[in-house]
Structures are given as C-alpha cells and as structure tokens.
Design a protein around this ligand. Structure first.
Ligand code: MSP
Length: 540
C-alpha cells in the first residue's frame, strides 16, 4: 500500500497511539525486530560497538531458532557536525569518510558472524526519503515551528544542553554532563514542540511499563520527563552535512531525528503494508546507556506527534571499561575486536561478552578475564563434557553411537533437566539477561559433568558394558541439548558439536529439543576433535 497524505495516514494509525498498551508477549505474532544503534563513522569500531551487535545477533538467532520471523538491523550513522568535522580534519569529503568507515563497521558484522538482514547507511536515498516523510508528517500535524535558538551544543554528543545541565571543567571551561565540550549556538532553527508531549509521554510510560528496560533506566527517564521538557531544535544551518529539510534546504535536519528514523527506513517506511506493518509492532531497540534520552524521550515523542506508534521496547545496556578505565580516544585504549578475535577465537569472544557481565550493568574487559572464562568454562566444562562422551565413543565403540538400555533415575534426572532448559533460557533471553540464560545452561553443563563422574563409564566398560552404552548415549543426548541451546551464543562451535553428534542440519531448531527428536543409536559418528581448546598464552 502506498500511503496517502500524512493527514490521511494519521487517521489510520493515530488512533492507536493514545493509551496504547503493548502486549507483553511476542509469541502470538511470532515476529521479532531487533536493532543495534547505528554507529558513528567518525571513528573505527571498538569492542563497545561490537558488544551491541553480538547481543542483538544472539537475540536474532535465538528467536529464529524459536520459530520467529526475524528482522535484525544494524548500520551506520553518517550525518551531522561530528562527521563533517572529522572529514574536514582529515582533509577529505564527508562522503569519502563515510564510505571508508561504514565499510569497517560492515566488515565487523561479518567478522562477528552477525546475521543482520540489512545494513543501513543514513546517506542512502531510501533513508533521505523516510526522514523527509517523517518531517512532513510532523509539519502537517503542526508540531514544528521556526524560532531563534541560543544555547549550548556538544558536537561530540550531537546534543543540546540547558544552562542548568552544564558543569565546569578543570580550566573553568563549560562542559556537558557527559564531559563533552560545549559551544554556544545561535541560529534560527526549526523546533519540535517537545514541551507539549510531557503528559502524553508520561501516560505512555505508565501504560507501557516494559517500554524501557532495565527498570533503573525507566525510572531515570520517567523523572527526567516529569521534570519538564523544553522544545527541541531539530535543524541546523551552520553546516550542510545532513538531510535537507523539505521545502527549506538552507536547513539540514538535526542528526538525531535523521538517525532514529533509520529503524523505520529499513522496514520500507514510508511505504506501509509490508515489513513496516509486520515488524514495527515488535521493534526492540538495543542501545547503550548513554543514548537513552534520545531513544526513550525524543523518539516516542516524534513518532506520536507524527501519528505513528513508538517501538515496542528499548533496552539500554551498560558500558565496558578497559582494565578499569573508560575507553576513550584520548587514552588510546580502545580495544579492537578483530585483535581479540584473532587472539582468542570468535565464539570465545562472543561468549565472554555475553557471559561476563550483567547486560544492563557495567563491566570491565581484560584479556586475563577472557582467558579465565575460556579455560574455566568453555574448555574445562562444556568442551570437556562433549569431548569426554564423544572421545569415549570413538575410542571404545569405534565411533558408533550406542543405543540406550533401560534408563535409571539419574539418567532420567539429567535428561529431564535438558528437556526443561529452553523454558528457563527463553525467559532470561526475553529479559535480555544473557548472563542468566548462560547460567541456566551451565547448571546443566555442570550437572552433566557430575553425572559422568558418578556413572564412570570407564569402569562400566569392564563391569557392565550395556550400562556403559546407556551412559554414553545419555551423555551424547545431553550434549545435543546443550549444543542446540548454545547456538545463539557460540554459533560455529555449537554447529561443530552438532556435526560431531551427527545431527542433521535441518534438525537444529528449538523445536528439535526434547525426546521426540532424540539421537538414534547405531549411527557412526565423525571423529571428534575438541571444540573448545584451552587457551595458552603464546610463548614469548
Ligand atoms: N550514532 C549514535 C547512535 C544512533 S542510534 C539511532 C551513537 N553512535 S556511537 O557509535 O557513538 O555509539 C554506538 C553505541 O556504542 C552506543 O549504544 C554506545 O552506548 C555504544 N558504546 C560506545 N562505547 C561503549 C562502551 N565502552 N561499552 C559499551 N558500549 C559502548 O551513539
């Protein structure tokens, strides 16, 4: 469907806005839309950027395996003063800088084995169309006015600040609350009537308590909005690296109105009737804690003002520090994800990022902790469990998976914990509690190793070979379950484990968990090799 004039479309969708309560479960529609922030191209990617992409990829993979139709979007944010300035500093055209650095972020998604369905660049024609359409809707709805702006702008944050928010730096210079330098701006700008949206935003948050997570961020935003909102300058005239304001191309749009719109551009907006209708009601924006205000205040206000629905959910994750210090250009301590992947392995790195800290909180990155997680958990626990079973089958039974005999209570207990695992993991994943999801999986990994120690198949080999067969079969079936649920986190390694268990490529979704698709005895398995070798520091 090609939408009509903005006013007509408003009457179609506008009625959905007031008092809308989003459903708490997306299982009904079985569609899922997850987005990363679009990354600024003034710099090259570091592990903070890689973090959101890895998390979104794990979510996208999880939902696909769980039967959802998924769309996963990432991309680059290419307009604004910060990019224009970075290009000028390098003596190149802004688009040349964008082309060069956008490619770095695109290459990173490949290096992370991310399964994004699209990679958006805000300099693309489809995006200019979407931004201008949103602008026209806001204009038609009487939400934009031209006035003089005098105030403070931090280029680094691409954000306006009030006098009251500023602090003094060591030399008495004025700084944004983020520590970014500010400059005085005096321009005639288009303003969005944000002040008029205070009550409607508060009502929206109250009706949708899951809109912002974790809860601490919800509370932060709720009090911020409760404290009152000023109108927001949404155009600039002092540079031209941006989307031209329709009908007045002396102005370019404020980079955040441009950037946020990317989430709809990728669904074909302003065309409706296709992906936009299918996926927008299920949109989850995963962002870092520093950009909560833009996503949780400005974005729903823009959308409601334009007669469109806000996304379903926004989750703000915490930040990584590096060996206790903030990652920053000036400290030169930004960690290159490619270097970590080369040193420790991709799945090991993905596992570490999702396992080592609470997603909503902050955490510290150090190579020593990565090595500890690899050796202590992936090698000694999960890898060991897989290798103990498969290695034994290879050595003692010529690689033929035995059929089980009658199951005893211990066999049944460990298998039951495998069969019940998805429910627990799903609950944690729906909360974006990756570390708790992995914890739940690890309860079974550890129980599996205890089971092997207690059953001691190496002893049964001499005393009771039929019982040894049952134990080895149970070990293989436990490993199959663990490999299936680990796929979102360590996709290539989980695939290797499933290959070694002879699990067909079309028998690897979550629908294949449980006894109905249990392994069949009598099948010859490929020669196993350790999936998670121990990490050893290279000899100097
Ligand atoms: N372009 C904007 C986002 C626009 S979305 C419509 C932007 N870009 S950014 O490149 O500066 O940051 C992208 C993301 O990286 C943000 O979510 C930010 O929180 C995250 N991180 C940057 N440094 C980080 C850490 N040290 N740790 C974790 N995440 C970090 O903001």
């Amino acid at each position: 469907m090609k939408p009509g004039k903005p006013e007509e479309r408003k009457s179609i969708q506008g009625q959905l806005i007031q008092g809308v309560v989003h459903g708490t479960s997306c299982t009904m529609s079985k569609t899922f839309y997850v987005t990363t922030p679009i990354y600024y191209v003034n710099d090259k990617p570091h592990i903070g950027h890689a973090y959101t992409t890895i998390a979104c990829d794990a979510l996208a993979r999880f939902k696909r395996l769980d039967g959802y139709r998924v769309k996963f979007l990432t991309g680059t944010d290419e307009h604004g003063q910060k990019i224009a300035k970075a290009a000028k500093d390098q003596g190149i055209e802004p688009i040349a800088l964008c082309d060069q650095n956008s490619k770095r972020f695109r290459d990173l998604t490949g290096a992370l084995n991310a399964t994004n369905d699209d990679f958006i660049r805000t300099t693309e024609a489809r995006h200019i169309t979407a931004c201008q359409d949103l602008w026209r809707r806001l204009e038609a709805a009487g939400q934009i006015e031209l006035k003089k702006y005098k105030g403070w702008y931090a280029v680094r944050d691409e954000a306006f600040y009030d006098d009251a928010e500023l602090t003094k730096g060591p030399k008495g210079e004025l700084l944004a609350p983020t520590g970014a330098p500010v400059e005085q701006v005096e321009e005639e700008n288009f303003f969005f009537r944000l002040s008029a949206w205070q009550d409607k935003l508060l009502a929206f948050y109250e009706a949708n308590p899951d809109f912002i997570a974790p809860k601490s961020r919800f509370n932060e935003i709720y009090s911020f909005v409760k404290g009152g909102l000023n109108d927001l300058s949404i155009s600039r005239t002092t540079f031209n690296w941006g989307v031209p304001v329709p009908g007045n191309d002396r102005h370019v749009m404020y980079v955040w109105i441009d950037a946020l719109t990317n989430y709809m551009t990728a669904l074909g907006y302003p065309e409706t009737g296709g992906d936009y209708d299918t996926f927008w009601p299920e949109a989850l924006h995963v962002i870092g804690k520093d950009i909560v205000r833009f996503h949780c205040v400005y974005w729903p206000a823009f959308l409601m003002a334009a007669g469109l629905n806000p996304p379903k959910r926004i989750y703000a994750h915490g930040w990584w520090t590096i060996e206790g210090q903030k990652m920053s250009k000036s400290l030169g301590n930004a960690v290159d994800p490619h270097a970590i992947i080369a040193k420790f392995g991709l799945d090991q790195y993905r596992y570490f990022m999702l396992r080592d800290k609470t997603f909503g909180g902050d955490g510290d990155f150090s190579e020593a902790t990565v090595a500890n997680r690899i050796n202590g958990e992936l090698a000694n626990e999960l890898g060991n469990l897989a290798q103990r079973g498969l290695g034994f089958i290879a050595k003692s039974l010529g690689g033929v998976l035995p059929a089980p005999g009658p199951l005893n209570g211990e066999d049944e207990t460990i298998l039951a914990s495998c069969h019940g695992l998805l429910g627990q993991v799903r609950e944690e994943i729906d909360d974006l509690a990756f570390e708790k999801a992995i914890d739940a999986i690890w309860t079974v990994v550890r129980a599996g190793n205890v089971y092997v120690d207690r059953q001691a198949p190496w002893t049964l080999k001499k005393t009771d070979p039929p019982r040894m067969n049952t134990v080895l079969y149970v070990m293989a079936e436990v490993t199959r379950h663990l490999a299936l649920v680990m796929q979102p986190f360590v996709p290539a390694s989980a695939a290797k484990m499933l290959d070694q268990l002879g699990v067909a490529a079309d028998a690897r979704t979550f629908a294949h968990l449980g006894p109905a698709n249990a392994l069949k005895g009598g099948v010859t398995l490929p020669t196993p090799t350790p999936v998670f070798p121990r990490w050893q520091a290279p000899k100097a």
